[in-house]
Design a protein around this ligand. Structure first.
Ligand code: NAP
Length: 296
């Protein structure tokens, strides 16, 4: 069987002197925010990173950063994404993982100095991925501002089964009955979506996916019964049968619990950008995370 070529070992850059660091950092005039979680490992790495960046002449600025370095896991990067979601056009993200490699985290905690070298030599290289917009229409006639999700949005019911009509591009598609529905981005396809049987999608596709969470399929209730993927010029509308008692999630955040009339989902105009100092093949990342077979 053909194996994916491994190229997670990038060539190490030449060591530069402290003086060269300062000149390059000033030339770049880059501002960096360090966004960590409360774990002791994350705080230790964040402190080392801050010391190293300051020594390299890079300004730490959590209000108006050019680059946000997260220290933790994919969950930490999700939190940083929501923290800076109104500045996505100005920011690139970089993730350091304090455990295993993640889906949004390309750097390991013992590679802090390599990352500082890359930041000093930064020339704006980036890669961007699609996001999901969520717009909620409430039963009282008001509607929410558009909210962005990096992984997914789920709609479920607190107790009992959720009944909802699903429209695609304005046409009634199916009437769902079951635990809930999960609408995800390509980068979120390896998260909740995968746990409910959704397909893993390469994030180069500009698409969103809807996966069912335990749908009831019998002679009375009938849904497609498989995940579906729609392109950027289509949208999904979900109208829950009862406006109360629904739980609407956007990544790890719950959206205000007012009675909901409908939720509209589409690919967002905005995208998330990452500083691409190294490239990990998407399918290699998937294989390492979920299969991880022993190699001879
Ligand atoms: P959490 O419950 O503490 O952790 C969820 C797990 O999902 C963590 O192991 C996290 O990785 C991983 N993860 C997050 N984004 C991922 C991605 N894009 N691809 C693969 N794995 C990913 O919650 P959290 O850390 O705040 O993350 C919130 C996310 O949890 C939600 O967006 C949802 O996708 C996921 N979730 C999954 C289920 C499920 O699978 N049944 C249920 C609820 C929520 P790290 O360890 O690197 O942080």
């Amino acid at each position: 069987m053909k194996k994916f070529k491994r190229h997670n070992s990038i060539p190490r850059k030449k060591t530069v002197t402290h003086h060269q660091f300062l000149i390059r950092a000033r030339k770049n005039d880059m501002k960096v925010s360090i966004f960590g979680n409360n774990g002791s490992a994350s705080q230790r790495v964040a402190t080392a990173l801050k010391t190293g960046l300051t020594a390299a002449g890079i300004e730490i600025d959590s209000l108006n950063p050019d680059i946000v370095v997260t220290v933790g896991g994919d969950g930490t990067l999700l939190s940083a994404f929501h923290h800076y979601s109104d500045r996505l056009d100005k920011i690139r993200f970089v993730g350091i993982h304090t455990g295993h490699l993640g889906f949004y985290t390309d750097w390991r905690d013992y590679e802090v100095q390599d990352l500082i070298d890359s930041l000093v030599e930064d020339n704006g290289q980036s890669v961007s991925y699609p996001l999901l917009t969520i717009e909620v229409e409430y039963a009282d006639g008001t509607h929410s501002d558009q909210t962005l999700a990096l992984n997914e949005s789920t709609i479920k019911k607190v107790s009992g089964t959720m009944v909802a009509d699903v429209y695609i591009k304005g046409e009634l598609f199916e009437s769902f009955r079951g635990d809930g529905l999960c609408i995800s981005t390509p980068t979120g396809s390896t998260a909740y979506n995968k746990s409910v049987g959704g397909a893993v999608i390469n994030p180069r596709f500009n698409a969103i996916q809807m996966a069912e969470i335990a749908s009831i399929n019998n002679r009375v209730f009938r849904t497609l019964g498989s995940p579906l993927i729609i392109p950027a010029d289509e949208w999904i509308r979900i109208e829950p049968a009862k406006s109360t008692d629904n739980v609407l999630m956007c990544d790890q955040l719950s959206i205000e619990g007012r009675p909901i009339k409908a939720i509209n989902y589409q690919i967002a105009r905005q995208r998330i950008s990452f500083a691409e100092y190294r490239h990990t093949h998407f399918w290699q990342r998937v294989e390492t995370s979920f299969i991880g077979r022993e190699r001879p």
